[in-house]
Design a binder for this molecule. Structure first.
Ligand code: HEM
Length: 144
């Protein structure tokens, strides 16, 4: 899967609007995540405001790197391998994607157009696909 230049532009320009309200967007994200997937909550051991800042910083890096995927894939892969140690399972990525889209929708309001939503859905699909493939190689073999 890859993104069109237009989708990249939509993801980047919409994220620019979320950046000023990043702390609130992160708080909405975790509240939603723990609502739809309460079983993942015990994996989060640290301060959630700090965790939210790390998440938004990493999203910022990924969003900026969409025009040059080679520049972000290695960092996404090693991050995914660290996530295995946190107890993250492949099926958790769908919950995170859903909570992320929800938080973006809340943060963007009417700017969260169907095209923006689709661009983010594809961008998250791309990122989570890279992460899952790196962190759970046995799963890929089973699929092949
Ligand atoms: C695009 C996907 C994701 C991004 C960008 C992301 C980002 C991050 C970042 C930047 C950290 C800080 C530590 C590190 O870099 O290793 C982190 C930690 C963590 N993430 Fe993620 N993450 C993603 C997916 C997930 C998923 C699917 C889960 C499953 C529920 C998850 C659960 C956690 C947990 C439990 C921690 C450690 C919290 C702690 O130490 O208290 N993440 N994540």
């Amino acid at each position: 899967m890859s993104l069109t230049a237009e989708q990249i532009q939509l993801v980047q320009s919409s994220f620019a609007k979320v950046r000023p309200v990043a702390d609130q967007a992160a708080a909405i994200f975790y509240a939603r995540l723990f609502e739809i997937a309460p079983q993942v909550k015990p994996m989060f051991k640290g301060d959630m405001a700090e965790q939210g800042r790390k998440l938004m910083a990493m999203l910022n890096t990924v969003v900026n790197g969409l025009t040059n995927l080679d520049s972000i894939v290695p960092a996404a892969q090693s991050m995914a391998r660290r996530h295995v140690d946190y107890g993250v399972q492949p099926e958790h990525y769908a919950y995170v994607g859903s909570a992320l889209l929800y938080a973006l929708g809340q943060g963007l309001g009417t700017d969260f157009t169907p095209a923006v939503k689709l661009a983010w859905t594809d961008a998250y699909g791309l990122l989570s696909g890279v992460m899952i493939a790196a962190a759970y190689p046995a799963m890929q073999e089973q699929r092949a």
